[in-house]
Design a protein around this ligand. Sequence first.
Ligand SMILES: [Zn+2]
Length: 98
Amino acid sequence: MTNSFEIDDGENGDAADVLVCRRMTQPLLMPDNEIGLCSRCGEAIQFRPHVSPLPSKVCEVCIMPEIEQLGARGELHSIITPETAVELGRYLRRKREH
Ligand SMILES: [Zn+2]
């Protein structure tokens, strides 16, 4: 098997096992981020308003060991929605300019 990364324009992440979220920051990483709780550790997390409500939301601290294990076995499948890809591009450009 090999790790994969794709832009999903069909199901918008509905079929994902988990949605990886960043922990709460002050200010939020993006001002319109929504706030919730990590389904594993209960820490406050943030995520984009348009993400699928279906996958369980897990913070980056909880998911990192799993990501490393799956990646080492070549079984990591990452999906990003087109909306998030565009927003991430804008965010990184703004960051570079400042
Ligand atoms: Zn967590």
